[in-house]
Design a protein around this ligand. Structure first.
Ligand code: HPA
Length: 235
């Protein structure tokens, strides 16, 4: 079973399949299940995009996928670019992360059941799945880079001073791939992130950096994103 986690501006992805609310001990998540294709689609912000990044129930979402038998997850993440040469409307395959989140629950091992665990992050984004994404993007001749995903708490965008710091450390900034990536690892699922570059980060290059700019770019990339998702499901 493949799990697809859709993000900002990708409600269009979530149209086929049977809608189901899955209850877990961490809360409930709404999914669409396409039994014919063995695919589960989950809109991380809720199906109507009403949950901001810091309030998403990441534990319930990832646990739901596990409960449904998902072994491989393709996550779609809108991000800002920290590098002039990584242009909006291109893609990035995340191969590592640094996180600056503050208030999110980010582990299944919080010690309540007497268990302490430290999952290793040597390869947070599954190399097999990254390889599949590269093959798909190469074949379709979609332009992409690979690099480090910096996860901020949001929901505000970053200051120019923050971006000046982050740009020495990573390639893109987003608000949602963490803690999905480490929760998936805790539950022994393979996780990869296809980032769609929706804007330059604050101060990197002329940009108004508004939510509209982000949504417009994601909208303009939608057919490419759907093609990659289709190829991934049919791989
Ligand atoms: N910063 C953080 N998250 C984002 C951005 C950004 O510039 N663009 C899309 N998600």
């Amino acid at each position: 079973m493949i799990g697809i986690i859709g993000g900002t501006g990708l409600a269009g992805l979530l149209k086929n399949g049977e809608e189901k609310i899955v209850e877990t001990k961490y809360g409930a998540s709404k999914v669409l299940i396409d039994e014919n294709k063995d695919v589960v689609l989950l809109g991380r912000h809720g199906l109507s995009h009403s949950t901001p990044p810091h309030k998403i129930n990441y534990l319930a979402n990832i646990y739901t996928l596990k409960k449904l038998g998902v072994e491989r997850i393709l996550s779609l993440n809108a991000v800002g670019s920290l590098k002039v040469e990584i242009e909006p409307s291109s893609f990035l395959i995340a191969d590592d992360f640094i996180e600056f989140t503050k208030v999110r629950k980010s582990t299944y091992y919080d010690g309540e059941d007497g268990k302490v665990a430290h999952v290793n992050m040597l390869e947070p984004f599954c190399s097999d799945l990254r390889g599949i994404l590269k093959e798909i993007l190469d074949k379709r001749q979609y332009s992409y880079n690979e690099g480090t995903y910096i996860c901020t708490e949001g929901p505000r965008f970053e200051t120019i001073a923050e971006i000046n710091m982050y740009k020495n450390w990573g390639h893109v900034v987003g608000m949602t791939a963490y803690p999905e990536v480490s929760l998936a690892k805790e539950l022994e699922m393979c996780y990869c992130s296809l980032c769609n570059i929706s804007n330059y980060c604050s101060g990197i290059k002329d940009s108004d950096l508004t939510v509209d700019e982000v949504l417009d770019t994601v909208k303009s990339m939608e057919s490419k994103i759907l093609n990659v998702v289709d190829d991934f499901i049919n791989y």
